[in-house]
Design a protein around this ligand. Structure first.
Ligand code: GLA
Length: 390
């Protein structure tokens, strides 16, 4: 569904749920990361794009004037309520904690949007590494901007949403997902320097190539501890190497300090240092439309995530192997897992005129090898969060 169709849909559903038309509608996209994985919390670079899959929220002020927010979702059985007159803390149902954390962020800034009836709908596949949670957080923040009539700086908005994820969902994520959901621009990837938070738009409009997203339909769960463990290993390595972050570390420096690291921690560091470099080169390659070299960097990223960082899984590896088999002659330049890992999606850079045959081939071979039905779609780079009504 396009954003226009989605807003028509949510307006009708809001009417059915609350018996009146919504006064406010806001949306925020999910994302796919083209390259730069597990680099954001290491002061590195990332290169994501917003996708044409959104979380959308419709709302109206409450009719009874109470300072309570009621959130209903088209996909969740239980409503979440937030009492704005109290300090906002995590609660049940679990899905409500993402918006709850964002309302808490505004509360901490002294902003009270007043009681609301809200309906949430999302086309971002949940738990697939496409940042459904960041889309929900950034969408909530954008809705609050619509209701209060006060825009906040998009960087501040992304940071507020990230804090919601840390404090209310218990995931010590970096800043990539919330940044791209808030700052994405149609037709562009976003090269984000996670140390300075400077962003650069990288045009991605060559009609001869497309990005395919292949959902393995193996669910990933970043609150499972593996993500936090990787972060801790990176911090340990940086400390032992005497650098503030891996951004200050070259491959040579890593080799010199190798003796100070355990074998596992050394490999974690090698991934991050290599991935930061690959991301910078990939952005250069995209600017120059050097698709074969961008594709090679994507394959190298995948191998490093699989072998050194150990965040891939069997199904993601199978997708990448199938893509490599199809090869450049079949229209695939490169393929890698995307997002936190342990399931979720791969992203492939392909020739636009081969999308149909590649989709068909990956789908049938993946099914034959795993017994699982993959979901495969392409998306152009979409715009970031927006107020549709209000
Ligand atoms: C998750 C996190 C991001 C980032 C990626 C890995 O998506 O939310 O901040 O760390 O994993 O690149």
């Amino acid at each position: 569904m396009t954003l226009k169709e989605l807003s028509a849909y949510i307006a009708v559903e809001f009417q059915k749920t609350y018996g009146r038309a919504p006064r406010f509608i806001a949306a925020a996209p999910g994302r796919v990361n083209v390259i730069g994985e597990h680099t954001d919390y290491n002061d590195g670079f990332v290169l994501p794009m917003a996708i044409e899959f959104y979380t959308i929220m419709a709302a109206d002020k409450r009719l009874d004037g109470a300072g309570v927010v009621t959130l209903r979702s088209t996909s969740q059985p239980d409503a979440a309520t937030i009492d704005l007159s109290q300090t906002i803390n995590p609660a049940t149902p679990k899905w409500g904690n993402y918006p709850r954390g964002v309302f808490a962020g505004f509360q901490a800034r002294g902003v009270n949007p007043g009681g609301l009836d809200v309906l949430v709908h999302s086309t971002v596949p949940l738990g697939s590494g496409l940042s459904s949670s960041a889309a929900l957080e950034v969408c909530t923040a954008t809705l609050i901007e619509a209701v209060t009539g006060k825009a906040i700086d998009p960087v501040e908005k992304a940071l507020l949403a990230q804090k919601a994820e840390h404090d209310f969902a218990n995931v010590p994520c970096g800043i990539m997902d919330q940044f791209i959901s808030a700052l994405g621009r149609e037709g562009h990837l976003l090269l984000l320097d996670c140390r300075t938070r400077q962003t650069e738009l990288v045009p991605m409009s060559d009609p001869s190539v497309a990005l395919l997203i292949i959902n393995t339909n193996v669910k990933h769960e970043l609150s499972g501890g593996e993500y936090a463990e990787r972060r801790a290993q990176c911090e340990e390595a940086a400390r032992n190497l005497g650098v503030k972050s891996f951004r200050d570390c070259t491959p040579e420096k890593l080799e010199q300090g190798r003796g100070k690291l355990s074998e596992v921690v050394y490999r974690r560091a090698r991934h991050v240092i290599g991935e930061i470099e690959r991301t910078v080169h990939a952005a250069e390659g995209i600017r120059a439309s050097s698709w074969p070299s961008v594709g090679n960097l994507m394959y190298a990223s995948h191998s490093s995530l699989r072998d050194d960082y150990e965040v891939s899984c069997k199904e993601l590896d199978i997708v990448v192997e199938i893509a490599e088999d199809i090869g450049r002659t079949g229209g695939v330049y490169g393929c890698r897992m995307t997002g936190g890992g342990f399931g979720g999606c791969c992203v492939a850079l392909v020739k636009a005129d081969a999308v149909a045959s590649i989709t068909q081939k990956i789908a049938s071979e993946y099914k034959a090898k795993t017994g699982i039905e993959a979901a495969i779609f392409s998306s152009r780079p979409a715009a970031g969060a927006t107020i549709i009504k209000g």
